[in-house]
Structures are given as structure tokens and as C-alpha cells.
Write a protein of this length. Structure first.
Length: 394
């Protein structure tokens, strides 16, 4: 059965010929009248050369390309792509690891499956569709996932309710597609964490900070740590294993604070080094009289689209300036941006401005990014969303 057709304007095929996986709505000259959201479509240049096959959706990104060949998007296609993704994670040493059963199996465009995220927590996979095409393909994806994972996954939870633009049209609800599990404790680098895949942010845990948490552990010994926007408290747990003198976790969400306290207690029961505060991070940083020589600033995305960049940069400058101003001499700050719209250059400039405002000597020790199980397609630089700096303040 042939796919419905999308034909581009003259000169609008260059990005696809460079294997960028997005077709923007303004690039389309004409398309079949009966195309519906989620349909698999074939994309052609103005002179009818086929450029790829992908999922159609109303909006700025009109087609997400699944293949630049004339592939049929069938069960075999999903098995091949998921097998390739699993092979990468096996080579990274993340699969069948007795100290770690938490990793990202599919990272959208980085695994050539735009619109699909799959995170693994023990024997449960949590799937998020960011396009209606992926959502409508979820049953076929589930079957392929069970086949490829060969017993490693027995439960699959769909958490797409908050990630689709037009949820009223498809009526999705978060639920188990395969199996069911109340065992929501997973292991990362030998530490245990409760994963709130039912109500938590992203798929229930920030898998993308795994390597950066290990770096926090290396530098935490003997330090007084402040973890702002703590969410699950994962940075706090690593700091405690690293031998921190004290760790304070701060988040404006009471649910996050409860989760952080549970995770600390699970790994370090009855450990008086940890305290948690349900408070706005900016307000806490402004008003606290405690002396910290180690801070972690991992706020939610300040800019979710390009129109918010200006205000987001002001937020990053304000947050970092106050942290640099207040930290003890010789202190270390891990500071992050997870806003895709904010480039590395944007973020570094914001931290530079913050340091200048605080009038302190600051050195960059590390430049941080997302881990290898969150790969970036070289043809899709927008996939590099996580930026971080480790700075030393005199």
C-alpha cells in the first residue's frame, strides 16, 4: 500500500538531503487532501524525487522523517531500529549491568526515531510519544520492544498524556500497555531510586544526569552541599555517598521533597547529614544564612521555545549571580540548562554575566552535557539540549 504524498516547494529539500529529520510546514507546496495527523507519508521534492518517509502532524514540524529510504514502516522496521538502539547501549555497558538497570534505550532523533522516547527502569520500559504518529504506532512498537529486549522487559508503561500537542484528538491516558508493576525502585550506579513514572516529570526520573551525578560524588567529600531544584534528590544521594559533610535539598514541590527524602532514606537510613526544604529555590537562595561550599543548580527548562530565550537568559543570570555571590570562597557550583532553545554559547554567556555581576574570580573546571545513551544525531544538532558548567569560585 503506497503512502500519501507530501510535495515540497522548490529549494526546500536541501535540509532533507543533508539528513535533517524535520519538514517544516512552510516548506510544503502541496499534499494529498485526505492526510490525517499520524499518517505515514512519503515526502518528495518539487520535481518528484522521493526524499524520505515519516509521520505527518499539524504544526510547525509537519513531518518527522523515519527513513530517508523508501522503507515500509512495519514490524520489521521497528525491530531493526530498536535492535540498533539496544546494541549501542550494550556497547556502552549499560545493559545487563549488576550495578545499573536504568538507562535510555531510545532518544528520539538521536536514535533515528524522532518523536519516541523509551527509558528502562529494571524490567519496566516507560515510553513517551512526542508525535501522534508514534502514539498511533505504540502497539507495534511494544511488540517489537518485547521481541528485541528478549525477556529484559516485561512491563511497558505509556506516559504520553503530557507530551502530545493535540491530546483531545486522540484521547490518550497514561497506562500500562503490557504487564503491570508496582515495583518502581530502580538502580543507578549502585544507588536505589523510586521512579514516579505515574506522575513524575519526564519518564519519572532524570536519566540524563547520570554521569554528572557521578562527578558530583567525586567532589563532594567534606563539603556542605546545597541541591536546588532537587526533584528526586538524586544529586543529594550521590553527594552523600561521596562523603559530603551536610546536604540540603530544596524544591518548591512538596511531592518532590517527599520523593527526595524517600530516596535518601532508602540509601542512607537515619543519616542526619540530610535536610530537605519545601521552598522556592530563588527565595531560599536569597534568604538562607547557611554557609555552602558546593551548590547544584539544575532548574527546569526556562525556555521551551525560541520566543522565551530572552526571559530565560535573565533567569539563568539571576540564579547563577546569586549562587556565585553567596557561595563560600573555594566553592564549586554545578550549574545546568536543559532548555533546548538555549545554546551552549547562550548559557556560557549567561554564567559569565552572572560572575561579572557577582564580582568574583571564577574558573570553568568542566563543560558538561547529556550522556551517551542520549545520543545526538550529527544531522540534528538541536538534539544537544543539556548544557552544564562546573565552576570554581574564589
Amino acid at each position: 500500500m503506497s503512502n500519501k504524498q507530501v510535495i515540497l516547494r522548490r529549494g526546500k529539500d536541501e535540509s532533507l538531503r543533508r539528513f535533517h529529520p524535520w519538514v517544516f510546514s512552510g516548506a510544503i507546496n502541496q499534499m494529498d487532501n485526505d492526510i490525517e495527523e499520524g499518517d505515514t507519508v512519503s515526502v518528495f521534492s518539487h520535481d518528484m524525487q522521493q526524499l524520505g518517509v515519516g509521520h505527518y502532524q499539524d504544526g510547525s514540524i509537519a513531518v518527522r522523517i523515519l527513513s530517508f529510504e523508501n522503507d515500509e514502516i512495519d514490524a520489521n522496521f521497528w525491530r531493526k531500529r530498536l535492535s540498533a538502539a539496544l546494541d549501542v547501549r550494550i556497547k556502552l555497558g549499560l545493559v545487563d549491568n549488576e550495578h545499573n538497570n536504568t538507562y535510555r534505550l531510545v532518544h528520539g532523533e538521536g536514535d533515528f526515531l524522532p518523536g519516541l522516547i523509551i527509558d528502562i527502569y529494571g524490567n519496566t520500559a516507560v515510553m513517551q510519544a512526542h508525535s501522534i504518529g508514534m502514539y498511533r504506532s505504540r502497539k507495534m512498537i511494544c511488540e517489537a520492544l518485547l521481541d528485541v529486549m528478549a525477556g529484559r522487559v516485561v512491563n511497558i508503561y505509556d506516559k504520553s498524556e503530557g507530551t502530545l500537542q493535540y491530546k483531545m484528538r486522540v484521547g490518550e491516558e497514561n497506562d500500562f500497555l503490557v504487564g503491570k508493576s508496582d515495583d518502581n525502585v530502580a538502580m543507578e550506579n549502585g544507588l536505589l531510586f523510586k521512579i514516579d513514572w505515574l506522575h513524575g516529570q519526564k519518564t519519572g526520573f532524570f536519566v540524563d544526569q547520570r554521569d554528572n551525578r557521578m562527578l558530583v560524588e567525586r567532589y563532594a567529600k567534606g563539603r556542605r552541599v546545597l541541591n536546588l531544584f532537587c526533584y528526586t534528590g538524586a544529586f543529594s544521594v550521590y553527594a552523600m555517598r561521596g562523603g559530603a559533610e551536610s546536604v540540603h535539598s530544596v524544591d518548591s514541590s512538596a511531592k518532590a521533597i517527599s520523593l527526595a527524602e524517600s530516596n535518601v532514606a532508602m540509601n542512607f537510613p537515619n543519616d542526619s547529614r540530610h535536610q530537605a526544604f519545601c521552598e522556592d529555590a530563588f527565595k531560599y537562595l536569597e534568604q538562607s544564612t547557611a554557609n555552602y561550599d558546593f551548590m547544584i543548580l539544575d532548574p527546569p527548562a526556562f525556555a521551551k521555545h525560541r520566543g522565551a530565550i530572552h526571559n530565560a537568559l535573565k533567569g539563568y543570570i539571576r540564579l547563577n549571580a546569586k549562587a556565585i555571590e553567596k557561595i563560600e570562597k573555594g566553592g564549586i557550583i554545578f550549574t545546568f540548562s536543559c532548555s533546548q532553545a538555549i545554546t551552549k554559547e547562550h548559557f556560557r554567556q549567561a554564567v559569565f554575566t552572572a560572575a561579572a555581576q557577582a564580582k568574583r574570580r571564577v574558573r570553568i573546571l568542566y563543560q558538561l552535557h547529556q550522556p551517551a545513551d542520549h545520543p545526538i544525531s550529527i544531522y540534528h544538532p538541536e538534539g544537544e539540549y543539556l548544557k552544564g558548567l562546573v565552576i570554581a569560585v574564589e
